[in-house]
Ligand binder design. Structure first.
Ligand SMILES: [Ca+2]
Length: 530
């Protein structure tokens, strides 16, 4: 009876529509005196039965009960395709908590692959989980879709999330007889970009958004990837594992203790400046490579490319803030994976991402040589076109804030894919655009020291931001310092805890000296301004 009403056009502010429809549904189905959605009693099996074979907004749904496994309770998996090729999936929990959780993608998407470390806890908390492949099918390192399929490029850029949300809301209404009381989005990397894109271009879609390590400045960071790859590919520029280890050790030797404890982690990032590190002290005599105990001039140029801002012609948003040196560049999930390829730059993820971007968005030639594509900003039309599709750089998020929604930004301090300083830059610009008071009332930003891209690294990489967001949205309890922990990769047991400090604060060790047990406890650290 409600399906016609739920067919909302893309541009319609879905949250408002959902609220209006929720009122209609409550009128039809009965409501508590306070107007909240009644508790849900539809099981996942009943939801599967209700949706099996149904066609919603043109998408025919397939359903299957997924049995419990490895800490995940059984759930109803709903699959469908929005024409022509936008595949989505909705996971309905054993007992719905009445809320929706949209899980963002990664890389260039191309498959439904929501990050399990976020989705599994959300499903166990009773959220209905929504995810999609964003409208094309390929591996996440390929932007081939953008060369030939304009609509797929638009879906990837910004349209897949509101499109899938429209169908997801209608699906939940059919399954439960109610719309979600709250809808949240969480994503990392490209999923973090999708999060900020929703904040900026669909400000009424979600009640709360978590943007982790957001790839928001597509033109800028892809340009930086290209810039660094060229320095690594230059004669003598390659970084072996030994050279990366040499650099990281230099950073630890000079900066590890600046946070009150020598633990292999540089938590006081702001104090670890290039002047303090003085990488030039590692220069090989004469500047040519003379072995693993020094850096050649070509390798020092790589470090300079890494730590300095990249600025391109055109929009003021065509830029990328350089990285801080962390002392954990030698973590396997850092430079080796993302930047250097351990001496083989063409194996590094940054190289691969910029290469497919040059071929499919900028040169628009599958045979283009990205390392010879110079300068990066030669084709202004192509840069502006890519920015219009993919950049989530708009700092004025007042429409989102004025809707009552909340935003949590998070970034790993040892992220070698995307610069935490770029996220800090966006945060500062956003605060300037909306005003400090408004930003304080509606946004938070956390940096987790020594955490790699999205997860991993020596730092405490696990924080339940969803619960913090939900408490903020539903109870008005604004998050301050949060909890972070490191879990054993095999057993899942907590190996140590840390406070997750609001930027620009960092966790300073204030516990007893030379006490290994105390060093593992969050209570031994105090969030401190640099
Ligand atoms: Ca330290």
């Amino acid at each position: 009876m409600h399906s016609g009403l739920l067919k909302t056009p893309l541009a319609t502010p879905t949250k408002l529509v959902a609220a209006a429809l929720g009122a209609l549904l409550l009128t039809a189905c009965g409501s508590d005196d306070d107007g909240t959605v009644p508790s849900q009693t539809v099981s996942s099996q009943q939801a599967c039965d209700a949706l099996s074979g149904k066609t919603i907004a043109g998408a025919t749904l397939a359903t299957t009960m997924v049995p419990a496994s490895a800490g995940v309770a059984s759930y109803c998996k709903v699959s469908g395709t929005i024409a022509p090729a936008l595949n989505f999936e909705i996971r309905l929990p054993q007992t719905w908590n009445g809320k929706l959780y949209y899980a963002g993608g990664g890389g260039y998407n191309g498959a439904i692959a929501p990050q399990a470390s976020y989705v599994t806890p959300a499903l166990s908390q009773g959220y209905a989980i929504v995810a999609s492949d964003s409208g094309h099918q390929d591996n996440g390192l390929s932007a081939n879709f953008a060369l030939t399929d304009t609509f797929a490029a638009q879906l990837f850029g910004s349209l897949s999330v509101p499109t899938v949300m429209s169908t997801a809301l209608e699906t939940l209404a059919v399954a439960y007889g109610a719309l979600p009381s709250k809808s949240y989005f969480e994503g990392c990397s490209n999923g973090g970009r999708e999060a900020l894109m929703a904040v900026q271009r669909s400000p009424n879609l979600f009640d709360g958004v978590i943007a982790r390590a957001p790839a928001y400045n597509w033109v800028g960071f892809m340009g930086q990837f290209n810039r660094t790859a060229k320095t690594l590919a230059a004669p003598g520029g390659a970084f072996s594992a030994a050279k990366t280890g040499l650099l990281a050790k230099r950073v630890r030797d000079t900066c590890d203790a600046l946070d009150g404890i020598v633990d292999g982690v540089v938590s006081n990032r702001a104090a670890c400046t290039p002047a303090v590190v003085n990488v030039a002290a590692l220069r090989c005599a004469g500047g040519a490579d003379t072995g693993d105990t020094c850096l050649s001039d070509a390798q020092l140029a790589v470090v300079t490319s890494w730590t300095t801002d990249a600025v391109f012609t055109g929009s003021a948003t065509f830029r990328n803030a350089g990285w801080s040196l962390t002392g954990n560049e030698d973590d396997p999930g850092a430079w080796a994976a993302w930047t250097t390829g351990n001496g083989n730059v063409t194996a590094a993820l940054q190289y691969l991402f910029q290469d497919t971007t040059v071929k499919n968005y900028l040169a628009r030639d599958p045979a283009a040589n990205s390392l010879a594509y110079s300068p990066w900003d030669q084709n202004q039309n192509a840069l502006y076109a890519m920015a219009a599709l993919n950049d989530a750089t708009n700092a004025d998020i007042r429409p989102f804030i004025n809707s009552g929604a909340k935003l949590i930004l998070w970034h790993g301090g040892n992220d070698s894919a995307l610069s935490p300083n770029s996220t800090a830059e966006y945060y500062a610009k956003m605060r300037g655009a909306v005003g400090a008071a408004s930003a304080d009332a509606s946004t938070r930003f956390y940096i987790a020291p020594a955490v790699d891209h999205c997860a991993g690294g020596p730092g405490a990489d696990t924080s339940d931001l969803l619960t913090a967001l939900d408490q903020w949205v539903t109870k008005g309890t604004a998050p301050s310092t949060l909890a972070a922990e490191k879990r054993d990769a095999t057993s899942g047991a907590t190996t140590f805890t840390r406070p997750l400090c609001q930027y620009p604060q960092y966790p300073r060790y204030t516990g007893p000296a030379n006490d290994a047990a105390a060093a593992k406890l969050a209570t031994s650290y105090t969030c401190t301004s640099p």
